[in-house]
Design a protein around this ligand. Structure first.
Ligand SMILES: Nc1nc2c(c(=O)[nH]1)N(C=O)[C@@H](CNc1ccc(C(=O)N[C@@H](CCC(=O)O)C(=O)O)cc1)CN2
Ligand SMILES: Nc1nc2c(ncn2[C@@H]2O[C@H](COP(=O)(O)OP(=O)(O)OP(=O)(O)O)[C@@H](O)[C@H]2O)c(=O)[nH]1
Ligand SMILES: [Mg+2]
Length: 463
């Protein structure tokens, strides 16, 4: 791979009215570019030292010296910089015009406009971070919730990469064992190698499977934890959706069977992303349209990670309620007793008996937006607990990474199966090599230029 040698520049901060804006320059000519556009308050040129430093001064036109703005210059010579190249940051007054003008002068002084993600791409190409860390930088910037931010940061810091590297080390050792044995004609030596593939391979399979499972977590962090709101008609599911969204999204009427189709909305509650799914009330019905809606509700329960089972506190429990409580036992759930503002008829003792999972029970009034804080707290406990699926230790994998993890799983499984059938060792070695290579691609080992361009083009300008 060719390491780029030109010097790039871009606006690193968001374009808009702001107190400060940052223009970042990276590459071998960074110091020269800076010296052409930067003057000390005395008007003298600034010779950048060998070590990192900060200087106050002015941005000037590189040819005629006209004043452009005041500036604080940060000098970070490589390899101790974000890109591992020589980096200069110009901190100037914020605002679209100032920042754009400074960038124009930097380009006049010899830098080239950076492509999206090019700084981070250089950090990767120069070996400061690996590909999964680079991808996580973008997830960090894009994170919309506290939970997503923390997960992305873990990935930036390289925890996921460490696990991949550790798996690769074990795979290569296993492969070496197999390959050494290929040259031995003795049958018992071959059998030992096969036993090792089965034994070590199975343990590695479990670890890869655990990583692959966290791919679901990545989706949940980006799109929200699929959370289905279910219950009989008219218990107040749509009212509860609206209350949690803090806006009138769903139609609410006193006619049972109002919601016919599934309605989904993203919401950030207490730093946790949810994809709230309002469903048609579940009941026996002869209405064709409603029947389809009820079927969809049940499907959504199957797909959900979390269920909010809504009961009407002003009515006794009905068989359908109990049925729903049974159907949602396998997933994280919160039981909501709605309409607490009305005289209560729901027997709490019976509810306790049918709540076999001892799921949290919260009393609310959706129409009066009462009790929501307790509901959100209970939802959080379920969402970030073991049952809900987003543990603190989860990784923030993306689709590219999880496809590669699946590929590695398949290759390793083939190797194990071959070993169980005492297949020839070269075949097993090839499959182990395949798994090793797939894991390598996750962290960017031997990835092609095209794929890199594809990945980094999705980044922000100036990142
Ligand atoms: N002004 C500014 N703030 C910023 C960044 C930046 O580039 N500029 N960052 C960019 O996104 C983030 C910080 N990330 C960074 C990561 C590594 C290095 C760096 O220079 N690493 C060297 C030296 C480490 C050391 O001094 O110990 C290295 O790892 O070798 C710099 C920034 C957030 N804040
Ligand atoms: N008193 C009272 N009424 C409520 C409360 N929540 C909802 N309602 C009323 O109950 C009726 C049904 O509310 P919806 O939110 O449409 O109920 P739903 O569960 O979505 O009903 P379907 O879509 O038909 O399954 C409406 O008249 C709401 O105003 C509440 O907390 N207290
Ligand atoms: Mg409804």
């Amino acid at each position: 791979m060719v390491i780029e040698q030109d010097t790039i520049a871009a606006i690193a901060t968001a374009l808009g009215e702001a107190s400060i804006g940052v223009i970042r320059v990276s590459g071998p000519e960074s110091a020269a570019v800076a010296e052409r556009v930067f003057r000390l308050p005395s008007g003298k040129k600034c010779r950048l030292p060998a070590a990192r430093s900060v200087h106050f001064g002015h941005i000037v036109h590189p040819h005629d010296g006209t004043l452009v703005d005041e500036c604080i210059l940060v000098w970070m010579p490589g390899p101790r910089s974000y890109t591992a190249e020589d980096v200069v940051e110009l901190q100037v007054h914020g605002g679209v015009r100032v920042v754009s003008a400074v960038l124009e002068h930097v380009l006049m002084a010899g830098a080239r406009l950076a492509e999206p993600g090019e700084f981070t791409k250089r950090a990767f190409l120069n070996g400061r971070i690996d590909l999964s860390q680079a991808e996580a930088v973008m997830d960090l910037i894009r994170s919309k919730t506290e939970l997503a931010r923390r997960a992305a940061l873990t990935q930036v810091k390289g925890r996921f990469s460490e696990e991949i590297r550790s798996l690769r080390r074990e795979l290569i050792a296993l492969q070496a064992h197999v390959e050494v044995t290929i040259d031995y004609p003795e049958h018992d030596v071959e059998a030992v190698a096969c036993a090792a593939v089965i034994d070590v391979g199975s343990r590695l399979m479990e670890r890869i499977a655990a990583l692959a499972a966290s791919a679901r977590v990545g989706d949940m962090l980006r799109e929200g934890i699929p959370t289905v709101i279910v219950g009989r008609p008219n218990v107040g599911k749509s009212s509860l959706l609206n209350a949690l969204l803090r806006r009138e999204r769903a139609i609410v009427t006193d006619i049972p069977g109002t919601t016919r189709d599934v309605l989904e909305e993203y919401v950030n509650l207490r730093g946790i992303p949810y994809r709230l799914i309002d469903t048609a009330g579940i009941r026996e019905t002869s209405d064709v349209v409603e029947k389809i809606g009820v079927e969809r509700s049940r499907e959504k329960v199957q797909e959900a990670q979390l269920a909010v089972v809504v009961l009407n506190g002003s009515e006794p429990l009905e068989p359908t309620d109990i049925e729903l409580l049974r159907e949602t036992e396998a997933i994280g759930r919160v039981i909501v007793i709605n309409k607490m503002d009305l005289p209560q008829a729901l027997d709490r003792g019976i509810l306790q008996q049918v709540n076999r999972t001892e799921s949290p029970v919260v009393e609310v009034s959706a129409s009066q937006a009462a009790g929501l804080a307790a509901l959100e707290e209970a939802m959080e406990a379920q969402a970030v607990g073991d049952r809900g699926g987003i543990a603190e230790s989860s990784y923030f994998t993306n689709a590219r990474q999880s496809a590669l993890l699946r590929q590695a799983q398949q290759d390793l499984q083939l190797a194990i199966d071959a070993a169980k059938q005492n297949a020839t060792l070269d075949i097993i070695a090839v499959q182990l090599q395949g798994a090793y290579a797939s894991l390598g691609l996750v962290i960017g080992e031997a990835v092609g230029e095209d794929l890199l361009d594809e990945i980094f083009s999705r980044f922000c300008l100036g990142k």
